[in-house]
Design a protein around this ligand. Sequence first.
Ligand code: GAL
Length: 678
Amino acid sequence: MWGAGALRYGGDYNPEQWPAEVWREDVALMRRARVNLVTVGVFAWSRLEPEPGRYTFDWLDQVLDLLHDNGIGVALATPTASPPPWFSLAHPDALPVTADGVRLHHGSRDTYCAAAPAYRAAARAIAAALAERYAHHPALALWHVHNEYGTTCHCAHAARAFRRWLAERHGDLDALNAAWATSFWGQHYTDWAQVDTPRATQYLANPGHLLDFRRFWSDTLLAAYAEQRDLLRAANPAVPVTTNYVLGDWVPVDHARWAAEVDMVAIDHYPDAVDDGAEEQSALAADLARGWARHGAGGDRSAPWLLMESAPNQIHTGGRMHAKEPGRMARHSLSHVARGSRGVMFFQWRAPAGGAERFHSALVPHAGPDTRVFREAVDLGAMLERISEANEGTVDADVAIAWDAASGWALGHPGMPSPHLDHRDEVAAAHRALWRAGFGCDVVLPGDRLDAYRLLVLPALYLASDATADWVSGYVREGGHLLVTWLSGVADEHARVRLGGHPGALRDVLGVRVEEFHPLADAQTVPLSGGGTGRLWAETVRLAGAQPMDTYADGVLAGLPAVTRHRFGAGTAWYLSTRPDDATYRRLLSDAARAAGASPVCPTAPAGVEAVRRRGAGASWLFLLNHTDRPQRVPAAGVDLLTGATVDAQVHLPGGGAAVLRESDAAGRRGAPDRADG
Ligand code: GAL
C-alpha cells in the first residue's frame, strides 16, 4: 500500500474539542501548511455514541466533508481506547484490574479490559457503525484502529482467557510446570483452576509466568485489533487498516508479529532526551519500524511504514518540557523519511485549552498560527513536497542489529543479577555507536534473512531458542561476521537458564565459556587494558577457542579477557563481556564493521552530521542532517531537493540545517554488492 508519491503530512485532529468556526480556520491553516492527512476521532467515542446505540455522526459528517472539499485525506480512527463513562457504569466487570487487585475507574483513557466480552462487543459495535457510515467516504485514506494498544488487566475475564491461552501454548500442566520451573518455591500446579494472572505476590514472582503473561497480552490485544480490522476491511477492502504502535518496555506487544496483521506499520515516537540523544532515539525508532515492517505480508527491506505521531515542539523529559530548538522538528521528521517513513504525522494539530494534555505541543499552539512552531510547520510541509521523489526504495544498511521483544520483557523481571539489564538500552547503545560512526543499520529479528549484511550485532539477546542459536551459528559458519554482547543467549525461550556456562546457546560460535557474572555498581567502571573502560557489567570469561582482543586491567578480573574474537567456520564472532564507554564501543564496532567489509554511508560527513541514503530504481538520495549549531560542509554532488541548487563538490549545511541530495550517478553508486538483498 501507499507506494511512492506524495509524502503524508499532518497529525491528530480533534474537531470535537472545538466549535465549527474553528474547523474552518483549521482547514485554511492546514492548506497553508500543505497538510494532506489528519487522524480524526481517536478519542471521540463519547461524542459519537453518547448513549448505548445512539450515534451522533452529524458533526463527523461535516468534518469529513469539509476536509475532503479541501483536499485533505482522513485516517479515521475507531475510538475504542477511551470508552464513554456510560460504558463503565453499565459494565463494571469490563473495567481493568491492576496486579494488586484495584479496579480502575473512568476519568482518564484506556479504562477497559480487552479480554472482557462486553468491551469487545462494544468496540466491535462502534467500529461497525463507523464502517457502515464512512467506509466509502471519499476522504477516507486509512483506518486507524484504536490507539496504542498496550493496556493489560488481571480481572476474572483476563484470568480465564490467560488459562485458555496457556493450555493452547503448553498443551498440559506438566509442560507448563516444566516451562515455568514450578518446582522452585513449591509452585507446582495440579489443576488449571490454580493458575492465575501474575497478581501481586509476597516476594519475587515466577519469571516464566511473567513472560507468558506478556505474550498472552500481545496475542489478546492483537485479536481485539484483528476483529475490528476484519469488519472495517469487509466494508471496503480498498481502504488500508492499521494501528499506531507505542514504543516502551511496558508495552506487552510483539510489534514484529503484529506487522503481519496491519496493512502498514505505524509508530508513535517521542524522544525523551534533550541533547543529541533525541536524534539517536529517532534514528533507532525509525530503524525499528522499518525492521518490523519487513514482517508484514509481502514485506521486504523497502516495506512502507509511517511515523503516525511525533511532537512538533516540546520534548517531555524527567517531568519537565523542553522546547525543541528551531530546525529540530524538521530534522527529526527528515530522519524518519530518510529511513522509509511514508510521511510525517504529529500529535497534535491544535493545542486544546483543557484536558490532561493541555500543555502538549501542537502544530497550532495556544499562541495561535503567528508563531515559530506554525511557521516551521508550514516550512516542513513545503519541504516534504519538494522531496517526494525520494519516497521510495531501500535504505543503505551494511549492519544488522537484532531485536527481540521477549528478551526485553524477560530482562525486566525481578531477581536478575543487576537492576540495569535492559535489551532496549543495549540495542540503543550498539545502535548509537554505529550511528555516531556513520554506519547504516537495519533492525532484524531472530530468523530473518541476513545475506544483505556484513555484520550482525546481538545486544543482550537474552532469550535464545535452539532455532535462534542455529540461525546465529549458521550465519557465522557460512562466512558472516557477528558481534555479541553480554547477557545474550543465556536463557531459553521460557527464560530458563541454559546450563554449562554462559552464553549457553552461543558458546560454540563465540568460543568462550562464562563462569561468573560481576555486575558493577552504578558509578563503577572497570579499566580495560586497551585504554577504555567497561561499566554496568563484567564477567569471568574462559577462552574455549577464541582469542582475547582486550582484557580487564584491574580488580578480580585483571588479566582475564573482556573482548574476544573467534574464527568459526568461514566467519568471525566477537564477544563483549562488558558495556564499553561510548568512544571504545564506537571504535570496536567500527573495527568489526570495517573488517567485515561494511562502510559508513557517507565517509566524508563530519561529526554531528547524520547521513542516510535511500536507493530507488535508477536514483539515490542522500539525506544530510546537521545536528550541530555550526555550519558544516560535506563533500557530495547532486541536486539539493530542498533548495533546488546543484551541488558540484560540497554541500553547505547551515547550523541545524539539512539537505536532501539527488545524487549524481558516481556519488551514489555503491560498491558492487556481493550478497543478494534480503
Ligand atoms: C501518545 C498518544 C497520544 C498522546 C501523546 C502525547 O502516546 O497516542 O494520544 O497522548 O502520546 O505525547
